[in-house]
Design a protein around this ligand. Structure first.
Ligand code: PEP
Ligand code: MN
Length: 338
């Protein structure tokens, strides 16, 4: 952390700032220039609240020079994290992974038809919601554990790994036999108790960006899981809320290269929730692969229009197969496979 003092700051003000810095547990290196004094904090700066220093008399501005997250930062693993799943699939390697499935697991025939088409398209991950965070308490809330059993069976028949959303700590243990990866939804990105508990689990976690979360907040949330010893975290860009209403959310494609630069963790893009519209999913999926995404998460359904949740953004199986084939060309152009 660097504290730049105002040109007219007095010695008393400078000393007062130094005292607050020392009380915060860091060492202070002072540079006295002809016009301005600069105070550099050295030591455990991650937990410092910058605004505490900004408001002190005589301070011009305060900057962070090292990130407040340590384990999620690129420097922790400069070559990047790759996560391997029991079915042999990898996220974070050269191959872009396809994660697809229904917004909600609805019944046996639906999830088996979807699993078969994920396999045929070359995907390795089946994703379906069994515990659904719905904006309305009257909307379908998911099939729960019986739904997860169906998804596990459908995945095993097709050699797929499973991904499903966990909404609360009490669900973790019951879900463990059925899921290969826990999804934390946008609404729970800052459910810190849940994140800490997932830090104790030894299964990967797909962490979605909150609807109004900054990239730094997403990385700090991942730090909660990593600091528990679970290093298998996948970051997910799923669109953020802006003033734009033409799409359900605004898919922040630039978050992909930003996250890849700041962090070693794999990045998955979710153009389904990112746009909310089936006709926009394919172009944004292509953009995400071109921008360096390690995986895509796409909602698909044999009868997409009749999906019990998120119908408008859900793709038909044939369109998903075509998209996957088209994405191979994009992947190849950016030095990846798919
Ligand atoms: C979902 O993945 O179906 C979902 C509810 O997503 P999000 O948490 O991104 O809204
Ligand atoms: Mn959904």
């Amino acid at each position: 952390m660097i504290v730049a003092m105002q040109e007219n700051a007095t010695e008393e003000q400078i000393d007062a700032v130094i005292d607050v810095m020392l009380e915060s547990g860091v060492n202070v290196h002072r540079t006295t220039g002809a016009m301005q004094t600069i105070l550099a904090a050295v030591g455990p700066t991650a937990g410092l609240d910058l605004s505490k220093f900004e408001v002190l008399p005589g301070v011009l501005n305060v900057h962070r020079i090292s990130a407040p997250y340590k384990l999620a930062g690129r420097a922790f693993r400069p070559h990047g994290t790759t996560i391997e799943f029991p079915n042999g699939a990898v996220i974070g390697g050269e191959q872009v992974a396809m994660i697809a499935g229904p917004c909600s697991i609805e019944n046996h025939d639906q999830i088996f038809a979807i699993a078969a088409s994920v396999k045929v398209a070359g995907g390795k991950f089946l994703r379906g919601g069994a515990f659904k965070p719905r904006s309305s308490p009257y909307a379908f809330q998911g099939l729960g554990i019986p739904g997860l059993k169906l998804m596990r069976e459908a995945a095993d028949v097709n050699g797929l790994a499973t991904v499903s959303e966990v909404m609360e700590i009490a669900q973790i243990e019951a879900m463990l036999p059925y899921v290969d990866c826990f999804q934390v939804g946008a609404r729970n990105m800052q459910n810190f108790n849940l994140l800490r508990e997932l830090g104790q689990v030894r299964k990967p976690v797909l962490l979605k960006r909150g609807i109004a979360a900054t990239i730094e907040e997403l990385l700090l949330s991942s730090e909660y899981i990593l600091s528990g010893g679970n290093y298998d975290v996948i970051l997910c860009e799923r669109g953020i809320r802006t003033y734009e209403t033409a799409t359900r959310n605004t898919m922040d494609i630039s978050a992909i290269p930003v996250l890849k630069k700041l962090s070693h963790l794999p990045v998955v893009a979710d153009p389904s929730h990112g746009t909310g519209r089936r006709d926009m999913v394919a172009p944004m999926a292509k953009a995400a692969v071109a921008a360096g995404a390690d995986a895509l998460l796409i909602e698909i359904h044999p009868n997409a229009d009749k999906s019990v949740s998120d119908a408008a953004q859900t793709m038909y199986l044939e369109d998903f197969a075509r998209l996957t084939a088209e994405l191979r060309t994009i992947a190849q152009a950016v030095g990846r496979t798919l």
